[in-house]
Design a protein. Structure first.
Length: 309
């Protein structure tokens, strides 16, 4: 396999793990009528459990300390995928179904590609940006039609999900950048360990006071070990090998995998409107990803010496 092909297949593995995140989060937090874990505990607690696993892994692999120049990028990675995305989605998933949220996730491939293009100074063709805008409009239109507010107003949970997509895109882009010279596994591990002074005390304060069913704890274990840890092993390595802009295309699979998982796990149903909007978002992302990308770094033009008269 070529380097790009290996990156794409690793990206598929990561996306398959991530696709269960929203349904499992829904199982853990419950519904407004039957609440279980708080969204804060799910987000922070899963980061603590993954950080403990990360410490063991870093010691076992004798990982070197990150260089001083890497800490700003690690901080942005942690801000996006350790704090931003988990916190926002965990709070939102108590109020919306996983099938509904999966359509909002449909904008993530374009958001990731846009963040990667800016960070790596790549220049996609105008068609890419046109498709990016169209995909975003479709996602917002779907959220408006399903808001249940009796008017053209977004549900607060939809706003949280859209903000979560932005956080994830930034975290993915900076994590992929670090994976160019660090082991991909070490990137997420150091981001989790660096966040531990904040996540540990907050997780302790938000620990559930009531007894919870085993299904809630099982879902919490999945988002801790799978979504917050192992999924990033494959995902960051795939982005590093195949390029952030290209490999983010495999996230096209995530909304549909999430829908398929949500039906048997949560008893949710798929309607024609959801499927139609999900397919439309995928088409816009597919067209945008096929647009040519200029990977050359812009350079300052030099003046040639004037020829003698």
């Amino acid at each position: 396999m070529s380097r790009e092909q290996r990156g794409l297949w690793l990206g598929v593995v990561g996306v398959a793990i991530f696709a269960l995140t929203l349904p499992m989060t829904r199982v853990a937090v419950g519904t407004p009528e039957a609440p279980l874990m708080s969204g804060l505990f799910v987000a922070l607690g899963r980061a603590v459990l993954a950080a403990v696993l990360s410490i063991v892994f870093l010691l076992a692999t004798r990982a070197p300390w990150p260089k001083r120049a890497d800490w700003p990028a690690l901080s942005l990675t942690a801000g996006g995928v350790v704090f931003g995305f988990p916190l926002l989605t965990s709070v939102a998933m108590r109020h919306v179904e996983a099938v509904h949220a999966s359509v909002i996730v449909g904008v993530l491939p374009l958001a990731t590609a846009m963040a990667g293009a800016v960070l790596h100074r790549q220049r996609p063709a105008p068609r890419f940006w046109l498709c990016a805008g169209l995909g975003s409009v479709l996602v917002v239109a779907f959220a408006l039609l399903n808001s249940g507010q009796g008017g053209l107003r977004l549900h607060p949970a939809d706003l949280l999900l859209l903000a979560a997509m932005a956080c994830a895109a930034v975290g993915y882009a900076y994590g992929a950048r670090l994976s160019q010279h660090m082991r991909a596994e070490h990137v997420i591990c150091w981001a989790l360990v660096a966040s531990l002074p904040v996540t540990l005390p907050l997780a302790w304060l938000t620990w559930p006071a009531q007894a919870l069913p085993a299904t809630a704890w099982g879902a919490f274990a999945y988002v801790s070990v799978g979504s917050m840890w192992l999924g990033f092993f494959a995902w960051y390595r795939g982005l590093a090998l195949g390029g952030t802009v290209r490999v983010s295309q495999v996230q096209l699979l995530q909304p549909f995998l999430t829908m398929l998982f949500a039906v048997p796990l949560l008893g949710e149903r798929l309607d024609a409107l959801t499927l139609a909007f999900g397919a439309a978002v995928v088409v816009t992302v597919f067209l945008g990803k096929r647009a040519p990308i200029d990977t050359r770094t812009p350079s300052t033009p030099t003046l040639s010496p004037r020829s003698p008269a």
